[in-house]
Design a protein. Sequence first.
Length: 277
Amino acid sequence: MTYPPHHGEHNPAGWGPPPYGQQPDPTRPYPAPPPPAYDPNQPYGAVPQYGAFPPPPQPPRKSKNTPIVISVVALFLVLCVGVVTSLYLIGKNASDAEDAVNASGDKRTETTAEPAIDPTTQAPKATIKITEPAKLGGRPKLTGEEFDDITEEFRAEIASDPTAGDSFGAFYGDPAKENIVIAVAVETEVPLPGVALGGIFTGIGGGGLEVTNLTDAATGKYGGAAKCGDADGDGVPVAICSWADEGSIGMIMWHSKKAKQIKAEFPKLRAQIETRS
């Protein structure tokens, strides 16, 4: 065992006061003494002295936005189920119609009557395009791993459907302000927009989100069929509007909103997603 040096002896450890007769250097503070050895008899919970043990690491701070992000990502998945269900019905109806035509082929009769309308004078069918806006209703697009991964999965899923064209799914808004909007849309030929629209809400219900208070919504300049309704996302109100026309289907969801609050905004946001030429 070592002992502190006697008065006037050199201190090899380098701590303690300077030897007798030597003036301390005011620019050089005393070095800290070495930490004490661990004492097994020290009471449990006693705080070690001289910083012998580092403080425990602080737990990572959880963002208050995390529950909102988890909620809207889950809701996005439900909207995807609605789109997939609608696409299935569109494909099924097209297949049934083709089968009906083939089955009646033997019964068709020829006619020499002139057509009532010259086909060359009919207006060409509109080309409908779906684009992903950088902002939606002034809300910036949300990016990050939690959003990007799931939207890419949605694109891949839709791309595997032979009836679907371009598509997108995206999140917009500010989680801190609980102002988040989800938009999902697909280019596809829709022979029966009303049936396709019903399929969207059927799929949403099958995904576990019951939409109530469904009412017709304004379609703006693009026509087709549209409805809005209310849902409950784990105790948080959710408003959902959807449309279907001859060339596209789509949905817009407002987190923390009621349908009556957003019905006026719906056709404006749809017009930022869908274009015709």
